[in-house]
Design a protein around this ligand. Structure first.
Ligand code: IMP
Ligand code: MG
Length: 191
C-alpha cells in the first residue's frame, strides 16, 4: 500500500489496512440491518465527533436500512463512575422522537469506556429505549467501566493508533488505514 508522503515517515506500521477496514464496516452494517429489522425503530446514527466522522460516513453508505445521522461532541473527565455528571458536551444532537428511534452511538475507539458509558445514559435519559454502541476499534485492556460494544470492528492491543479518523493533536485523521506511529513521533506529541 502506498503511504502518503509526509506521513510515511511517521508511521511505524499499518495495523489495519484499507481492505481490512472495509470488511469490518461491511460486517457491522449487515449486523445493524439485521438488528433494526428484528427490534424495530427508526435508525439514527450518532457520530461522536471528531474521531468517528470517517467511520460513520462509510458505515452509513453500507447500511441498507434508511437512516438519519446526527452528531455529538463529548468528552468525559474526572472519575470513572457512570453516575457522575462529568460528561462535557460541546456540540449536542438535535431533537428527535427518542422513543421511536433505534440509536446507534458510533465511536472510533473505546479506551477506558468512560465516554461511551456516559453517552448511553445520556440518550436513555432522553427517552431512547433502543440504544446500541458501535466502535471500529476496542482496547479492552484499558477498560475502567463494565462495557462491551454491541458492534465492534476489531479489538486491538494497548497501543496508540492514528488514521481513519483517529488523531494525535488533530493530525493523521485523513490516513486511509489505522497505523501505529514511530516511537520518536509519539514522544514528540505525548512525551
Ligand atoms: P474513553 O473510552 O472515554 O477513554 O475515550 C475514548 C476516546 O479516547 C476516543 O474516542 C479517542 O478520541 C481517544 N483515544 C483513545 N485511544 C486512542 C488512540 O489510540 N488514538 C487516538 N485516540 C484515542
Ligand atoms: Mg474520540
Amino acid at each position: 500500500m502506498e503511504l502518503y508522503n509526509i506521513d510515511a515517515r511517521d508511521i511505524d506500521h499499518v495495523l489495519i489496512n484499507e481492505e481490512e477496514i472495509a470488511v469490518c464496516v461491511d460486517a457491522i452494517a449487515k449486523q445493524i440491518d439485521k438488528d433494526v429489522e428484528a427490534l424495530g425503530g427508526e435508525l439514527l446514527l450518532v457520530c461522536v465527533l471528531k474521531g468517528s466522522l470517517i467511520f460513520t460516513s462509510d458505515l452509513a453508505r453500507k447500511i441498507k436500512t434508511p437512516l438519519k445521522i446526527d452528531f455529538i461532541k463529548a468528552s468525559s473527565y474526572g472519575s470513572g463512575t457512570v453516575s457522575g455528571g462529568n460528561l462535557k458536551i460541546s456540540l449536542d444532537v438535535g431533537s428527535h422522537d427518542w422513543d421511536k428511534k433505534f440509536v446507534v452511538i458510533v465511536e472510533d475507539i473505546i479506551d477506558s469506556g468512560n465516554t461511551l458509558s456516559k453517552l448511553i445514559k445520556y440518550f436513555k435519559d432522553k427517552g431512547a429505549t433502543r440504544v446500541k454502541t458501535c466502535t471500529l476499534l476496542d482496547k479492552p485492556e484499558r477498560r475502567e467501566v463494565d462495557l462491551a460494544p454491541d458492534y465492534c470492528g476489531r479489538s486491538i492491543p494497548n497501543e496508540f493508533v492514528v488514521g481513519y479518523g483517529l488523531d494525535v493533536d488533530e493530525s493523521y485523521r485523513e490516513l486511509p488505514f489505522v497505523g501505529v506511529l514511530k516511537p520518536e513521533v509519539i514522544k514528540k506529541y505525548i512525551g
